[in-house]
Design a protein around this ligand. Structure first.
Ligand SMILES: C[S@@+](CC[C@H](N)C(=O)[O-])C[C@H]1O[C@@H](n2cnc3c(N)ncnc32)[C@H](O)[C@@H]1O
Ligand code: SF4
Ligand code: SF4
Length: 396
């Protein structure tokens, strides 16, 4: 049966909504990278809440947790290492992957992480899209020297590392050099992937000067909020420094005031790689496709940093961009009166949410042919047979 609690084996987990970086095409931003996503509230799953989401009996049935997400970076979660230790204590056979831009935390923190992430079953994937002169063009705010310090500390302490490279026009010429550096640094793997987030070949995204003007403004705003607030437990906020001692908390309902963060157009533009081929769908293709849920094939569910239980990162929770555009999905969420009712609490477990009308309606929607009758176009686009987008993958 689809989304049966006892059959869940994989989790895609967004343990934090916080990120030190500002990648223009990330869902942290809306308006084609021009403005912060107002739904991003800096929620972080702390150890106490982690144990509520993942009681020991549930951890025992799991095989793999992908610490990744849609709008945050897992290494910003204050208690990440304690959470990993808790998982291993409950289930010594559990495996995990941590996907990160690698730009923060101390070397000693990375060495500690290496003690846990030290095999091809428990590893870190570093998202590094270029070399010293290019990585920051997409991974805005990530400082190369800090990143390299962290990577070296992790690998030299026995950490198992993979390099994930997103190919753009500005870094496509560096693939051979990257493979060489990855080998020299003793990465175990190096994978290259074309981004599917441009809509056409000659698409360009102008990059706001987020990392200069706006970051300053954002940090000032955040500091004011920190000073004013007496935060509840469970939510962590960090601006730039990301060691436990420097972490501060803010209320969960903190939202950016978008009008305070208007962005300036920059002369930089982000362009797709030369061999990028956009994938566009006609309504007919979306309505004729047979939907095969790719996450349930792995018996996987997605958990957001707000604790929402949803099937996958494609549909996502309230920070996802799809909810703005996919009417059928919106209606299913409205029927359960919003994402608040999909959040795990002490009295509402993952099992309760998987058994709610939200999941039943999503499953039912796969049989509906017409989008206007309730077919979720995102499901047809992402998991319609023949519609799947294949990415380049090369290993060293
Ligand atoms: C939102 S990030 C969360 C994990 C972590 N912060 C990171 O960036 O690795 C999830 C994934 O989206 C990927 N991503 C970011 N921008 C992308 C883009 N333009 N196209 C495709 N994937 C992208 C990241 O590389 C990462 O693998
Ligand atoms: S590092 Fe990951 S979460 Fe952070 S902005 Fe980039 S893609 Fe988004
Ligand atoms: S988009 Fe729909 S069909 Fe695809 S993984 Fe998500 S829920 Fe399943």
């Amino acid at each position: 049966m689809f989304f049966d609690y006892s059959e869940v084996r994989h989790i895609h987990l967004e343990v934090s909504e916080v990120c030190n970086a500002a990648c223009p095409m990330c869902a942290r931003f809306i308006g084609r990278g021009s403005r912060p996503n107002p739904e991003v509230t800096h929620s972080v799953i702390d150890l106490q809440y982690f144990k509520i989401i993942f009681p020991p009996e549930f951890v025992k049935q799991l095989r793999f947790i992908n610490f990744c997400g849609v709008v945050g970076d897992p290494i910003t979660a204050k208690e990440l290492i304690d959470e990993l230790k808790y998982l291993v204590e409950c289930n010594p056979n559990i495996n995990f992957e941590i996907s990160t831009n690698g730009g923060v935390r101390s070397q000693s923190w990375w060495r500690e992480l290496a003690q846990i992430c030290n095999s091809d079953k428990r590893f870190v994937s570093f998202s590094i899209d270029g070399l010293e002169d290019t990585n920051h063009l997409y991974r805005r705010n990530v400082q190369w020297h800090k990143l390299m310090e962290n990577v070296k500390a992790f690998i030299q302490a026995g950490g198992y590392a993979k390099w994930q490279f997103l190919i753009f026009k500005h870094n496509e010429h560096q693939q051979d050099e990257v493979k060489k550096l990855a080998k020299d640094l003793e990465f175990q793997e190096c994978n290259f992937k074309l981004t599917n987030r441009f809509v056409k070949n000659n698409d360009t995204i102008s990059m706001p000067v987020e990392n200069i003007e706006n970051t300053k403004k954002l940090l000032e705003l955040e500091e004011t909020i920190i000073k004013k607030s007496s935060p509840p437990p469970g939510v962590l906020f960090m601006s730039t420094p990301l060691d436990k001692s420097q972490a501060t908390t803010v209320p969960t309902n903190f939202k950016y005031n978008v009008s305070d963060l208007k962005t300036k157009k920059s002369t930089h533009t982000l362009e797709p790689a030369s061999d990028f081929k956009p994938k566009e769908f006609t309504v007919e293709q979306l309505e004729n496709a047979t939907i095969e849920c790719s996450v349930w094939k792995k018996h996987e569910i997605y958990i957001t940093a707000k604790g929402e239980i949803v099937p996958c990162c494609y549909l996502g929770g309230r920070t996802g961009r799809v909810i703005q555009v996919d009417e059928s999905y919106k209606k299913i969420v409205e029927k359960v009166q919003g994402f608040d009712n999909l959040v795990v609490t002490e009295s509402r477990s993952i099992k309760d949410i998987l058994e709610s009308s939200y999941f039943r309606d999503i499953i039912e929607s796969w049989k509906i042919k017409k989008i206007e009758d309730g077919r979720i176009s995102t499901c047809a686009e992402k998991c319609g047979l023949n519609n799947r987008v294949i990415h380049n993958k090369v290993k060293i």
